[in-house]
Design a protein around this ligand. Structure first.
Ligand SMILES: Nc1ncnc2c1ncn2[C@@H]1O[C@H](COP(=O)(O)OP(=O)(O)O)[C@@H](O)[C@H]1O
Ligand SMILES: [Mg+2]
Length: 214
């Protein structure tokens, strides 16, 4: 099933970052985007995940162009179907890890999966305020929070950046198992070459274009 189709995307901040980018994501598929720092990977992910409107081109989610959707329809899709794991974690700062997860569980009518917290090695720290956690722990709380709501599309920016190799490998496994179990798709930006090459497709963002390298 087609989850996302991006058509001829172009975007410019001070200079043109990319143009004519076309991309398709299906269920159970993982796509990695790699490229030099500053090449526009995060910007592209922001556009694909509806946070940023492209200068040109369109993004379709579940077969429908998002620019034609009413605010309410798009909000519902964002809340229920899109899972964003970004560098800025957007955790609720005054809350504990557990409270952050409870908010996600409540909004999406799901339950917190203690097994997932154990695998991510944050079960023991769940009562602590997120501000007391390390960058790597916060990163894992935001992964747990996003997976708790069981989204159909995961947009993931550098999920293993703050993690040691062993924890990074576990995170990778968790994402791949999630895609299978929930028939979901993932677009991943990473500098972790192994994680990228384990995805179904790998693109390099280079010279303002996406080049398929796997
Ligand atoms: N909101 C913004 N306003 C202006 N320039 C931006 C904004 N976001 C990103 N940029 C610029 O766009 C370029 C690409 O950024 P980014 O998409 O974060 O690249 P990457 O994720 O590949 O490192 C950078 O030069 C960055 O400074
Ligand atoms: Mg980036």
């Amino acid at each position: 099933m087609n989850l996302l189709t991006a058509n001829k995307l172009s975007h410019t901040f001070d200079t043109n970052l990319f143009h004519d980018i076309t991309l398709e994501l299906n269920s159970q598929e993982s796509i990695a985007i790699i490229g030099l720092s500053g090449s526009g990977k995060s910007t592209l992910l922001h556009i694909l995940s509806t946070l940023l409107t492209p200068d040109e081109g369109s993004v379709c989610l579940f077969g429908k162009d998002i620019s034609t959707m009413k605010d309410k329809e798009l909000s519902k899709i964002k809340r229920d179907d899109l899972g964003l794991v970004f560098q800025q974690h957007y955790l609720f700062k005054g809350f504990s890890c557990k409270e952050n997860l409870e908010v996600a569980a409540m909004l999406s009518n799901q339950i917190i999966d203690d097994e997932l917290l154990k695998r991510l090695n944050i079960y023991e720290t769940k009562e602590q305020k997120v501000t007391q956690l390390s960058g790597g722990q916060q990163q894992r709380v935001s992964i747990a929070r996003v997976l708790t709501k069981k989204p159909k599309i995961l947009f993931v920016d550098e999920p293993t950046g703050n993690l040691d190799a062993k924890t990074g490998d576990e995170v990778k496994k968790i994402f791949f198992e999630y895609l299978k179990e929930y028939n979901a798709g993932m677009i991943l930006v990473t500098h972790n070459e192994k994680f990228a090459m384990d995805c179904d497709k790998v693109y390099r963002l280079e010279n303002k274009k996406l080049r398929l390298i796997k």
